[in-house]
Design a binder for this molecule. Structure first.
Ligand SMILES: C[S@@+](CC[C@H](N)C(=O)[O-])C[C@H]1O[C@@H](n2cnc3c(N)ncnc32)[C@H](O)[C@@H]1O
Length: 449
């Protein structure tokens, strides 16, 4: 029988979500930061039923796929879990994760293709949300420690790269010179909770998330930023809620850029700080291009893009031959999507601000009998029963599902496969060094006899 603090000899047999899994004493043992095939002495940290968790005390046999992690905070910081693996092995991990979830949860037979990698494996993130902690005069901006709410001062993040490191050092200097108090999660005091920033095509939007009205002059911060960034905008977001949600509802523009303005895949867009935007520009472009190829839009009369964000994908798919509807719950993203349609002269796009659960049935009811294609790109919780039932009832010819959680994708595909063939499953590495994986699945309606 295994107990906490027992030391066991462990062989990593398979990857399983963020960890590896092996066996000891009749238990399934899960251990992070190991490569499949490695042997290690492991200390048991948790036991429940026939499952145990452990941590490596000493590696006994090292995998040829093990590399030195390029970040000195790896293992302590909760952000990355695969930095000890070479990139080919990271991609294998992700393909296997998607395949295992689709087979076990979804009972999906279709082949899962090898995971397509990211050109950049560090310095790829265009967005970071960093907690601000410490004490007045000694502010720490960093990442949450693994499995905790303690912040380790990382001075940025390797996944963001140079822009993030410069921004954080400017912000820490600013806070310390003005005596800005960092947030204290225990008694909910302090001035600043998070530093949120997005950097796309040389344009930086910085949002200081304030615990109430922000009583300090922003000018010295803008002055510091201007030495490192040609084009930036500063915002303050008010969040007084006593929970873990990063942003509050109210965002005010302070100075500089009001939005990022750029063009990707031939689509001009504007992006405000509160709107969603995929974090890895290169992989996002590859996914949108693939979705365009997967959908045969020759016969389409109506296209519905659900969970559409600021609508770049909608624009990539839109045409003057059919109507396109984009459904998005965040008002600032819908505003950006309206701007985007105007900027690109796309007159047949209708942006609807609302919940897909309520708005999709309406759009479908108003377009009954027309040849329909649907794309969905939900948050991690996936579509769920209600939206899957709406889709089954609407019977679109084709559905393309973009997913950031293969477990909920598998659950949803299992429901949809009663009327649809899953014809294509392609994982993409939107988030190198982490255990997260994006998947594109294509579904075609089965012909009834
Ligand atoms: C994963 S993002 C995808 C956005 C967009 N497709 C893209 O590629 O940038 C999910 C989006 O769904 C929106 N969202 C979340 N829940 C929603 C709901 N119930 N109804 C409509 N939109 C929702 C979020 O605000 C976010 O913009």
């Amino acid at each position: 029988m295994l107990r906490v603090n027992d030391i066991v000899e462990y062989t990593a047999e398979n990857y399983s979500n963020a960890e590896t899994v092996g066996h000891a004493d009749g238990y399934s043992v899960f251990v992070p930061f190991v490569a499949v095939g490695e042997r290690a002495l492991v200390r048991i940290t948790y036991v429940k039923g026939s499952v145990a968790y452990g941590e490596v005390v000493r590696l006994l046999q090292v995998s040829p796929h093990r590399v030195n992690a390029p970040c000195k905070y790896f293992g302590k910081c909760g952000g990355c879990s695969l930095m000890h693996l070479d990139y080919a092995e990271q991609l294998r991990f992700k393909r296997d994760k998607v395949a295992a979830n689709l087979a076990k949860i979804g009972k999906i037979q279709a082949e899962v293709l090898p995971c397509i990698g990211s050109d950049k494996t560090v310095g790829y993130r265009n967005k970071l949300s960093l907690p601000v902690r410490g004490v007045r005069g000694n502010v720490r901006v960093g990442m949450y420690k693994r499995n905790s709410h303690q912040v380790i001062q990382t001075n940025g993040c390797l996944l963001g790269g140079d822009w993030a490191n410069l921004l954080v050092s400017d912000f820490v200097r600013y806070c310390n010179s003005l005596g800005v108090a960092p947030y204290n999660e225990r008694d909910f005091t302090g001035d600043v909770r998070h530093l949120v920033a997005r950097f796309v095509d040389g344009q930086l939007l910085v949002t200081v998330v304030s615990n109430g009205k922000f009583g300090y002059d922003f000018a010295p911060f803008a002055e510091l930023l201007s030495k490192h960034f040609d084009r930036f905008g500063l915002f303050v977001n008010i969040n007084t809620l006593r929970n873990n949600v990063i942003m509050g509802d109210e965002t005010q523009h302070v100075c500089g850029l009001e939005y990022i303005e750029s063009e990707h895949l031939g689509v001009k867009f504007r992006l405000q700080p509160a709107s969603f935007f995929q974090v890895n520009d290169g992989v996002k472009n590859a996914i949108y291009t693939k979705v365009r190829q997967l959908l045969d839009l020759a016969q389409t009369e109506v296209l519905v893009d659900c969970f559409s964000g600021i609508g770049v994908l909608t624009a990539v798919l839109a045409s003057d031959r059919y109507d396109a509807y984009a459904i998005e719950i965040e008002p600032s993203a819908t505003y950006d999507a309206d701007q985007m349609a105007q900027l690109n002269g796309l007159t047949r796009i209708t942006n609807i601000c609302g919940d897909v659960t309520e708005q999709l049935p309406r759009v479908i009811a108003a377009n009954r009998g027309k040849c329909l294609c649907v794309t969905v790109d939900p948050p991690r919780k996936g579509l769920g029963d209600k939206i899957c039932r709406t889709l089954l009832d609407a019977r679109p010819d084709a559905i393309v599902y973009i997913s950031c959680d293969s477990a909920t994708l598998a659950r949803d595909l299992n429901m949809l496969q009663c009327d649809y063939d899953v014809t294509y499953i392609q994982p993409y590495d939107m988030f190198p060094q982490t255990d997260q994986v994006e998947t594109v699945a294509s579904l075609n309606r089965r012909q009834r006899d």
